[in-house]
Ligand binder design. Structure first.
Ligand code: SF4
Length: 387
């Protein structure tokens, strides 16, 4: 989205939110549960929409989950879309087919959280952020969203730089629902435990969930696991055993050790990945307006924190680091180091997708997370290339 009225882009949206007395959460997966954990004492939740859970008669907080077609939304009620980026575009289409309007009847989770807390309490709340210490990984996934197969070399950040990024982030942001330390393979980075401890010790009470991830093929030392077990962190263990069966033993050993050390974790097995397909996508023929629309229709919800700045799309910034997105997009980053309390609205607008340009250079080579024209691919398919 391109800035038109900096500092006031969300005035109208807040009025719409204020008109509502209760909200349905649409999507009871990861984001839905995290939203409840963080905000249920603040926001009145009147019901849950989730087709899969409705089919098995599941209840959340004593209320039966319903399918969208069962919903009869009252004028004073709204829907908060708590579906993550892969399925979000399809869910928006579905809501619109039922006649619900965006920013009137339904609200995106990240806009709801940030606008609500900013306008009501003058506080900066974010949905999520990705901090990437290194792209080093032992797997060679063809559809890696760090774009490792395209990179000349791995990218590794220094410990002092990472601490600086964390500090500057929390100087400007009051609360974040999900702080994600991503990779690469974080268990191969030598300061991952230091970083998790640092974040948890200094800012843990301002984070809904502190999370990191592993590809399930690397078993950290007992010392590292013991340190992680003392932090408020959870680990997503990606289950790629079908794609890389040669690591089955490591996977089993990792799970055993996580249990032994009482580290909080969950196993993540997905049927497919999204292929952003930079090698076969070319939208350079698009006009500025078309590119802005392509960016706005993309359901990606993540930004990257790096070098004291937020990058408006983390995939675009990973692509820049991998060398496939051209020059760094100056207009597409926001320098937290020069942010002041007077610029809170501008900061929140940037986090929600507003920029001077309205799209990234990489949008010209990226399919995005859209309902159409998106390839679902098998997870963790390996290529031969070594970095
Ligand atoms: S580069 Fe553009 S199209 Fe691709 S994920 Fe980012 S915002 Fe979406």
């Amino acid at each position: 989205m391109r800035w038109r009225n900096k500092g006031h882009e969300y005035d109208e949206l807040y009025f719409q939110i204020c008109d509502k007395t209760g909200f349905y959460l649409f999507g009871c997966g990861d984001y839905g549960r995290q939203f409840l954990k963080c905000f249920q004492n603040e926001v009145s939740i009147v019901g849950y929409i989730d087709k899969r859970l409705a089919e098995c008669g599941y209840q959340m907080n004593g209320i039966r989950c319903i399918d969208l077609h069962e919903l009869s939304l009252k004028e004073e009620e709204g829907i908060i879309l708590t579906i993550s980026q892969c399925e979000r575009s399809g869910a928006i289409e579905q809501l619109e087919q039922y006649g619900y309007q965006k920013n009137k009847d339904f609200f995106l989770i990240e806009e709801f959280i940030s606008v609500y807390y900013l306008y009501k309490y003058n506080r900066v709340y974010f949905l999520n952020i990705s901090l990437l210490p290194s792209t080093v990984c032992n797997l060679k996934c063809r559809h890696c969203l760090n774009f490792n197969p395209f990179a000349e070399e791995f990218y590794v950040r220094g410990w002092e730089e990472l601490k600086m990024d964390v500090d500057v982030f929390f100087r400007n942001i009051d609360y974040i629902m999900l702080f994600h330390v991503s990779g690469g393979e974080p268990m191969l980075y030598k300061h991952t435990a230091d970083l998790i401890e640092y974040i948890d010790r200094n800012y843990g009470d301002r984070i809904g969930t502190l999370r990191t991830v592993t590809n399930g093929t690397v078993v950290p030392s007992d010392e590292i696991l013991e340190r992680l077990s003392r932090c408020r962190v959870e680990i997503t263990v990606d289950d790629y055993r079908e794609a890389v069966p040669q690591y089955k033993e490591q996977f089993d050993e990792l799970i055993h050790k996580l249990d032994q050390h009482k580290v909080k974790y969950f196993i993540n097995k997905v049927e497919s990945w999204v292929d952003l397909a930079p090698e076969k996508t070319d939208y350079s023929y698009m006009t500025e307006e078309q590119l802005i629309r392509h960016r706005a229709e993309c359901g990606q919800t993540w930004q990257e924190l790096r070098d004291g700045k937020l990058y408006s799309c983390n995939y675009a910034s990973y692509a820049t680091v991998a060398g496939i997105a051209g020059e760094e997009d100056i207009e597409e980053s926001y320098d937290l180091r020069s942010c002041t309390p007077e610029k809170k609205r501008e900061l929140v607008e940037f986090r929600l997708g507003y920029t001077d340009k309205g799209y990234t250079n990489f949008c010209k080579k990226c399919r995005g997370f859209t309902a159409h024209d998106t390839d679902a691919v098998r997870p963790a398919v390996q290529v031969e290339r070594n970095l």
